[in-house]
Design a protein around this ligand. Structure first.
Ligand SMILES: Nc1ncnc2c1ncn2[C@@H]1O[C@H](COP(=O)(O)OP(=O)(O)O)[C@@H](O)[C@H]1O
Ligand SMILES: N[C@@H](CCOP(=O)(O)O)C(=O)O
Length: 293
């Protein structure tokens, strides 16, 4: 059995804990029952000994597998990881979603994507990464009574993501501690109106509106100050024609949405200006969680 889940870019400027989209960079896991438990990792995390044992995936998988089957069974897991960890591309969401889906598959129980998403909320309290990780595309999401309610927009092929990935890791829970404890009414209204406009621009495919809409007063500045080159990354992205350019999740990656025709030029500019950072041009992902039986 193979399960794969895409990377995600959350917040998209003003939509803190609300907006997110999926990009075509996937973590894939293959597994089968085995006499002995084993973990093999290829790609991101392959040199991290902490991931070879009871990592986040394994603990969530075990929790769900024993809840569903009341059995103890060993599995051999092989992970093919493309999503860099703690860089704001939703690696933890991908792991959470794939562990829950894998446990259901291993137990022979078919569940809806919506059910998997609601289980994922137990491990990640904000829905902006887990929703596109499960559903694909652009999503606006909220939580009511411990359930995720969301709306998805399919993203067209003529748009691409240019992601600039610094070496510096930014742990999400740590990065949430640098945020203000409260916001003025003026700033709250600012983010509310810009989030509404961002959502409308995505749904109406008014891409030229995104630069204005995707401005934020809640979280980006405080986080970007911990890696000030990110201000230059955003400036170069906009000078080069990016349609929107925002801190990806809690960082450190910077996400730009661009026209396909501009993507190679913008990526090359980024590579020239920021030679120490990784730069990738990615398709958007409209599938989310994929289960191959
Ligand atoms: N492939 C993976 N396998 C196991 N655990 C992972 C993997 N990717 C991420 N994690 C877990 O998620 C944590 C990173 O989560 P977080 O700081 O929220 O970063 P991100 O922005 O990438 O989601 C890692 O420290 C690790 O515990
Ligand atoms: N809304 C969250 C998003 C975190 O995304 P991640 O990819 O950095 O885990 C936040 O801003 O903290």
């Amino acid at each position: 059995m193979t399960i794969s889940v895409p990377a995600t870019s959350a917040n998209l400027g003003p939509g803190f804990d609300t907006l997110g989209l999926a990009v075509d960079l996937r973590n894939r896991v293959e597994f089968h029952p085995s006499k002995f438990f084993s973990v093999s990792i290829k790609g991101e995390g392959e040199n991290n000994p902490r991931l070879k044992g009871n990592n986040l995936f394994i603990s969530i998988f075990n929790e769900h597998y024993s809840r569903l089957t009341k059995n103890k069974q060993n599995f051999k897991f092989t992970f093919y990881n493309q999503i860099p960890m703690s860089r704001g591309l939703g690696s933890s969401s991908a792991v959470i979603v794939s562990a829950i889906a894998s446990a259901h598959e291993a137990a022979g129980i078919r569940v809806s994507k919506r059910r998997i998403l609601n289980h994922a909320l137990v491990y990640e309290s904000h829905p902006d990464n887990i929703t596109p990780a499960v559903m694909g595309g652009f999503n606006a999401a909220t939580i009511e009574k411990n359930k995720v309610f969301s709306q998805k927009k399919h993203l067209p092929d003529y748009l691409k993501a240019v992601v600039v990935i610094p070496n510096k890791q930014m742990n999400t829970s740590k990065s949430r501690t640098v945020l203000p404890k409260s916001y003025s009414k003026e700033n709250a209204v600012y983010n509310l109106s810009h989030t509404a406009l961002t959502v409308a621009a995505f749904f109406n495919e008014d891409w030229e509106m995104l630069k204005l809409a995707a401005q934020d007063r809640f979280h980006q500045k405080a986080r970007m100050k911990t890696l000030p080159e990110l201000f230059s990354v955003q400036k170069v992205a906009y000078e080069s024609g990016a349609l929107m350019s925002t801190l990806s999740g809690s960082g450190s990656t910077f996400f730009s949405l661009v026209y396909d025709d501009d993507s190679a030029m913008i990526a090359n500019r980024m590579k020239q200006k920021f030679p120490d950072f990784g730069v990738k041009v990615l398709d958007f992902d409209n599938d989310g969680l994929i289960i191959e039986r």
